[in-house]
Each structure stands twice: as C-alpha cells, then as structure tokens.
Design a protein around this ligand. Structure first.
Ligand code: LRH
Ligand code: MN
Ligand code: MN
Length: 383
C-alpha cells in the first residue's frame, strides 16, 4: 500500500478545543481543564506527540490574549508545535449587536478593523502568517438594513485590513450560511467569500468550514472549484448532523470526508506547498478533549490515506469510456480498503505509537494535569 502522499501532511488544531465548552444550555467543566493559553498549547502538543501530525495550534483573539507573545511562542517551540492561524473575534462585544465590519456606524466598523490590526501584530510576534476572519454579521429581519450597503461597507473594511498585511501574510475569509443571524448573513457562502477575495488580491483566500452549509450541499464540489481558482486557503473540519454541530471530524459522514479528500488528492492539494491549511474547528461538549482531537486528526489522516489509494488511471479510463458503474467502483474500492494496520505500521516506523489514543491515555497526562491545575479559572469557549 503506497501511502507516501502522507509525507509532510499536517493538521492544525484549535486552542478552543481544549477549554470548557458546551451548548447554549450548559457549559460543562472538568478537572484538569486548561486555565490559560499556555495550558491550551500544552494540551494541543499532546495530540502532536502521539500522532506526529498536528504541529500547529490556531489561536482566537481575545480568548487567547497574553502579555508576552514571544514567550508564548517559545513555550510552543519547546513543546514541538508552532502558532498557526490567528482568529479574530467579532461576536462577543456589545458594540457588535448590529454587526462589526458591516455595521452602519463608521465608528464601530473602525473598532472592528482596529481589532484586526491588533491580530496582525500578534501574527508578527508569534510567527503566524494566517489571519482568519469569520464574520458573524447579518440580519434577522428583511429591511433591517441594506443588504447591498452592507456588502459595500464590508468590502471597504476588508480592504483596509488587507492593505495593512505584510507580504507573507494571508487573509482567510470564512463563510457560514446561518447563525448568529437567521434572515441573512453578510458572508453566507463560498461565492460571496470568493468575490471579496478576488477583489482584494492574491493573499485573500476562502475558508471552508464543513459545518457551515445547508444540509445536502455537495461540499467536495466547492473544494474543487476553490482549488481551480487557487483560493482554497483552509479548512475548518468538523462533523454535523443538523446545524453547526462541531462534532468529531469524520464521525457523522466519513464517506463525505473521503470525497473531500479525493478532490484534494486529485489536485495535489494535500502537499504542503499547496498552501491549503487543514485545520480542525471542533468543540467537544461531553467527550474527553485531547482524545477527541486525536480521533479527529486520525480520521483526517485515514480519509487522506484512502483518497491516495484511488487508482487515478483506472478512474480516468472508466470516465473516458463512459463506464458509470466502473468509475464509481474505483472510488469505492479505495474507500472500502481497510487502512488501519498500514497506518499503524507507518506510525511505528516513525517512532510513533501504533494506537495514539491508547498511548495518550497510558501517559497519565490527564491525571497529572487534573492534580496540578487547581485554582484559577478554567478557560473555555468564550473565555
Ligand atoms: C463560527 C466558527 C468560526 C469561529 C469558531 C469558534 O461558527 O466556525 O470559525 O471562529 O466557530
Ligand atoms: Mn469555523
Ligand atoms: Mn462554526
């Protein structure tokens, strides 16, 4: 089984996956939860330690604000990970009730733009190159504000941020079809995100969060189309059954994850030089956090491994011959291949544990942080 395509493939994990989280009904706390960004990075480093796949951690500002960024960077370095995308946060401030970058009041827009200038500064100090923007702006009622006017304001705000970026910076613009607003979102879909990116310039790319589409959307089509335009900047991987469920990647629909990774492989976008940042965006509510992240990372690896097994020549021949069932069978043969022992062998050959979840549990890390991390307030989704 040739899995060489996995060489150099990495996944970025989110700092907010490790803190306390829940739903709008209940946030659960548990012993050993990280109390600050340093402890979140320490937890994230455990995922990399046993998988060898997750060497970057995304931060969310201001959730992950610290006084000394070079010190946080050094802490990450020491643990063998780097700081990845810097996420701005436009959804936890009273001033943003009617929007942020699209707000009708220029003073509020300025405040939201300034927040991004602060994020750019964090990037300079942490060595990050990706500024990730998810825009929670939108409307709940028809007529509440001008749909068109909001797009114009957004274009202007994004332009100011884009022009402040360094040459090696990228802007990652995430879309979401609903929530927190329900009549319209200001960046509801990949088309809107792409149009803004095209207007801004080459350093602006689209983020595809797998939970941000209407049910039934063909996500792999969007992946293919964005790659064709060279504008697929990043994924936010998670699973969903209903809305933005943020469940473990590949848990709800592993076949969809395989179809997505097949489009990635077909375009060679799994290779590091493609510039696609494979990030996770998950919130574990009831399951253990570090093992949950390990599971997700392994599910992405497994979907990629299967996608690498697709016999591209046989597929192309069947497609040319109009052999509908034959072409479909080529894909299914790859999807139905059991790659578990080949991946375990690969890990072993690299000095990694064959079973990363069990290996993590055997370290006793969870028990030792539960004993150490007493006092202080545990950080959570939103803290
Ligand atoms: C919005 C979102 C976005 C945020 C994250 C916490 O639903 O996907 O990426 O930054 O959740
Ligand atoms: Mn997301
Ligand atoms: Mn989301």
């Amino acid at each position: 089984m040739n899995l060489d395509g996995l060489d150099g493939f990495t996944i970025e994990v989110p700092s907010w996956a490790y803190g306390n989280s829940g739903t709008r009904f209940k946030v659960f706390t548990r012993p050993g939860g990280p109390r600050n960004p340093y402890e979140k990075i320490s937890d994230a480093a455990q995922v990399n330690r046993v998988t060898g796949l997750a060497n970057r951690v995304s931060l969310h500002i201001p959730w992950d604000l610290v006084g000394d960024w070079p010190d946080l960077r050094a802490h990450a370095d020491k643990l063998g990970v780097r700081i990845g995308a810097i996420n701005s946060n436009l959804f936890q401030d009273d001033d943003y009730r009617l929007g942020s970058l699209c707000h009708p009041d220029a003073a509020v827009r300025r405040k939201a733009v300034d927040h991004h200038l602060q994020c750019l500064d964090v990037m300079r100090q942490t060595g990050s190159t990706d500024l990730k923007i998810w825009l929670p702006d939108g409307l709940n009622y028809a007529g509440q504000d001008s749909l068109r006017g909001r797009q114009d304001r957004l274009a202007e705000s994004l332009r100011t941020i884009y022009d402040a970026m360094d040459d090696d910076h990228r802007m990652l613009l995430e879309y979401k079809f609903f929530e927190p607003h329900f009549y319209s979102m200001d960046v509801p879909d990949w088309g809107t995100s792409l149009l803004h990116c095209l207007a801004l310039g080459e350093k602006a790319t689209v983020v595809l969060d797998t939970g941000h589409h209407a049910p039934g959307t063909n996500i792999e089509f969007i992946v293919m189309q964005l790659i064709r335009q060279n504008r697929l900047g990043a994924f936010d991987f998670n699973s969903r059954y209903y809305a933005d469920d943020d469940l473990i990647v590949g848990s709800a629909d592993p076949f969809q994850l395989f179809r997505i990774m097949s489009e990635i492989v077909a375009a060679g976008a799994h290779r590091p030089e493609s510039g696609v940042n494979f990030m996770l965006d998950q919130c574990h509510n009831i399951e253990e956090k570090i093992p949950g992240q390990i599971r997700s990372v392994l599910n992405v690896e497994s979907a990629l491994a299967k996608a690498l097994l697709v016999d591209q020549e046989a597929l192309a021949a069947a497609q040319r011959a109009g052999d509908v069932l034959g072409a479909h069978q080529v894909l299914m043969d790859a999807y139905e291949t059991d790659v578990r022992s080949a991946l375990a062998d690969r890990r072993e050959a690299r000095g990694l544990p064959r079973d990363p979840v069990r290996a993590f549990q055997a370290t006793g890390y969870a028990e030792s942080v539960a004993a150490e991390r007493v006092g202080g307030t545990q950080a959570g989704w939103g803290a």
